[in-house]
Design a protein around this ligand. Sequence first.
Ligand code: 5GP
Ligand code: MG
Length: 191
Amino acid sequence: MAHILHWITRASSGYPLMSTLVPLISQAEIADTVARLAQTLDQDYAGKSPVVVGVLKGAFIFLSDLIRQMQTPIQRVELIRLSSYGAATNSSGNVKVLMDLPPDLVAGQDVILVEDIVDTGRSTSVALANLAACGPASLKLCSLLDKPSRRQVAITIDYLGLTIPDRFIVGYGLDRNEQYRQLPGIFVMEA
Ligand code: 5GP
Ligand code: MG
């Protein structure tokens, strides 16, 4: 397992801030998890050509790794953006759709929604409801991570990578104030 990481960011004033990041999921464990999910999707979508919809920004790295591990011919990759956080580490519960996709790209298609993490479930439920309203032939959810301890809305995760404890994590696409997305592993932020 990787070591604790000391990561220096800068406050808007330019003042350096050091945070301590404790490894939770290694790069190798993420790669194994992504490969397993891709294999399961390939089995389940044999003979089909799904539309894969990623949720920005958090899922962009997972999405790009996942689709490159899949053998299934993907018909198209679409991106939607939802925001519920702002700068806080707690979901405000106020989900905003910042980008939407035309309903005709989803109607009659086999759609896979790709999320980074399901936490309260609020943003995922909004995304699923929006997609369902477009009349897909099928709609499934693939999430790299599940943080079930804080769930407020029941969500069925059809394809789940890993379950994590109730900690605020960063890395592999997940941010804190837009930073840390570039880290190849997943870390718990110590205050
Ligand atoms: P929800 O609470 O609606 O299920 O999750 C909304 C979004 O909050 C997730 O898609 C993810 O981008 C973000 N989120 C939830 N838990 C964490 C976390 O531990 N760390 C980070 N960086 N983002 C999180
Ligand atoms: Mg997200």
